[in-house]
Design a protein around this ligand. Structure first.
Ligand code: ADP
Length: 542
């Protein structure tokens, strides 16, 4: 017997319809690329997104065409996303921090036809446009007055372009399984691979993400996604915020500590989200200027492990609750969030901080398991760690063009490439990426755990641990340290600081000091480069 409820396709643009109708006055505030703050609301975004859709059709864009964006978080980027997906085309976010050749490779792989680009990134596109034959038009996200001279033959200013169409446009209707967006994994895990989101997966994921034990967003929030829309589907903020009617505060290109602090306070942001490196810059700035965060209630930290020292500073010094989250591009991207279930609600002090350092528990729609190499599930004992696998309606079923097929099994489980354990209440903790874990004498050492401990040392700014070949143990950990400005800690003081919190055989065999630790385009420590940097390194006495 069939249910007798309506077929109502889950289409992303219905989110913006709802936002315009019921939260039309809610503000979308951006630091514009041209400089001044810009204020609009969901009613206007809805209107202009339909202009974008209509104008794209005039340019010959049709259902299924890939339309790229290379842009910071601003209102124009949001309009472009909704305009693209509302006419059945596919937004394809490009990460400007990748090497130009890699960007060209990705654009060709996706066969992008049109590109929306910020003024900041125009030089990148000028340099590679010749290598992307499918690219027929470049829309520069600015007005005619700020449109620069460009050698691109087919470039036009967004404000001029959009005004060649009105908003008298009915969104296209189609099946909810239709592609809405694309994002390539940045290559931390090998060659870039295309992840293709559907309308259905984005809508379901936004509904999941808004829940109280996830991001807990409502129309009373003023949410600032510092995480760029070009990282992992913008952590779904472009869908969750309008869905619940939360205001969006868009930081534009201002990603340094001072700019983030200014916009957080001036725009009374209640919730924000970014990777740990961004928060490191903010906390350093706050300490320098003696700042405070009276309006900010919650900060979502993910993309890389959040060190407990950072959780402590946010919560105890600034009264801001940290929500540690784990996910990945292939998961739309939220996988787990560390909110406190009743079992842990009453934890205090260090025990609470230790719990918050875990990546958390999955919501409904994310299935998760940890297995050994033979795919046998491991017990939930908070110590047996193995391969982390997931499946669900907002998890990739394949990469674009079938690359990386070995990561998916016959039962749809996707191997995340992460190594983790789970505790008795279902809280998952990442101990490593599979290729970073150190294998010492047949046992595994978690590099993340060592890094988290080391950055708790008051004179350490950043820490990374890599495995170095060892004649007896195969591999042993080397701790690489960036000192805090003006500090000069000794190797012994750092090792003494972490010694009591780990098994004896986990203690790094040596400490190396560097000025900088390399980062990937998504803000993670770039262990491949670091390993190369230390390829000639030998432990003392080996
Ligand atoms: P890329 O590999 O392109 O940088 P993603 O942004 O999709 O792509 O990164 C996902 C990976 O980031 C995860 O598989 C995991 O290794 C890491 N990650 C994300 N959040 C966390 C977290 N809270 N703690 C530890 N690692 C994390």
């Amino acid at each position: 017997m069939r249910g007798l409820m309506q077929e109502w396709p889950l289409l992303c643009h219905k989110i913006m319809d709802h936002a315009a109708l019921y939260h039309g006055d809610r503000e979308v505030i951006s630091r514009s690329i041209e400089g001044p703050m810009h204020r609009t609301n969901y009613r206007n975004i809805h209107e202009r997104a339909r202009q974008v859709a209509k104008r794209l059709e005039k340019d010959g864009i049709t259902m299924g065409d890939r339309v790229a964006t290379m842009a910071w978080n601003t209102w124009r980027h949001l309009e472009a996303w909704y305009g693209i997906l509302g006419m059945g085309a596919v937004y394809h976010t490009l990460n400007p921090r990748l090497f130009p050749d890699q960007i060209a490779w990705i654009m060709n792989d996706a066969t992008d036809k049109l590109l929306f680009v910020d003024l900041t990134f125009l030089p990148i596109i000028e340099a590679i446009a010749d290598k992307v034959p499918s690219l027929a038009k470049v829309v520069v996200l600015t007005d005619a007055a700020h449109m620069p001279q460009t050698k691109l033959a087919n470039a036009v200013a967004y404000e001029y372009w959009i005004n060649e169409a009105d908003a008298d446009y009915a969104w296209r209707e189609f099946d909810e399984g239709t592609a809405a967006g694309m994002c390539y994994t940045s290559g931390t895990t090998g060659d870039p691979k295309g992840v293709v989101y559907s309308h259905r997966s984005n809508v379901l994921h936004a509904m999941t993400g808004a829940q109280p034990d996830m991001l807990n967003l409502s129309s009373n929030d003023r949410m600032m996604p510092v995480v760029p829309l070009f990282h992992a589907n913008g952590w779904s903020t472009a869908f969750v915020c309008p869905m619940v009617g939360a205001s969006m505060i868009m930081p534009g290109a201002g990603m340094d500590g001072a700019s983030i602090y200014q916009i957080l306070t001036e725009e009374r942001v209640t919730m924000t989200a970014a990777v740990p490196t961004v928060w490191l810059m903010l906390l350093e700035h706050l300490a320098k200027v003696g700042g405070s965060l009276p309006d900010l209630q919650r900060v979502v930290i993910g993309g890389a492990a959040c060190p407990p020292a950072m959780i402590k500073t946010f919560q105890e010094t600034y009264g801001v609750e940290v929500i540690h989250a784990w996910g990945m591009t292939e998961m739309s991207p939220l996988g787990t969030v560390c909110t406190l279930k009743p079992e842990y609600k009453n934890l205090t002090g260090q025990a609470r901080l230790d719990l918050q350092a875990k990546q958390g528990h999955p919501p409904f729609t994310v299935e998760m398991k940890v297995t050994d190499d033979e795919n046998n599930p491991l017990p939930w004992d908070a110590k047996s760690f193995g391969r982390l696998k997931v499946r669900g309606p907002a998890v990739s079923s394949a990469y674009y063009k079938g690359h990386g097929a070995e990561q998916f099994d016959a039962e749809n489980w996707f191997d995340t490439g992460d190594v983790a354990h789970v505790d008795e209440h279902g809280y998952m903790q990442i101990t490593d990426r599979a290729k970073d874990v150190i294998k010492s004498g047949g046992e595994w050492i978690s590099t993340i755990e060592l890094e988290n401990l080391a950055v708790g040392h008051p004179e350490v700014a950043e820490a990374a641990v890599i495995g170095i070949a060892h004649p007896k143990w195969d591999e042993r950990p080397l701790l690489v340290i960036v000192r805090r400005q003006g500090c000069d800690p000794s190797k012994e003081s750092i090792l003494d600081f972490i010694r009591d919190d780990i098994a004896k055989w986990w203690l790094p065999d040596d400490v190396a000091f560097v000025d900088d630790i390399p980062h990937t385009a998504t803000g993670k420590i770039q262990k491949t480069t670091l390993r190369k940097q230390f390829s000639d390194y030998k432990f003392p006495g080996t």
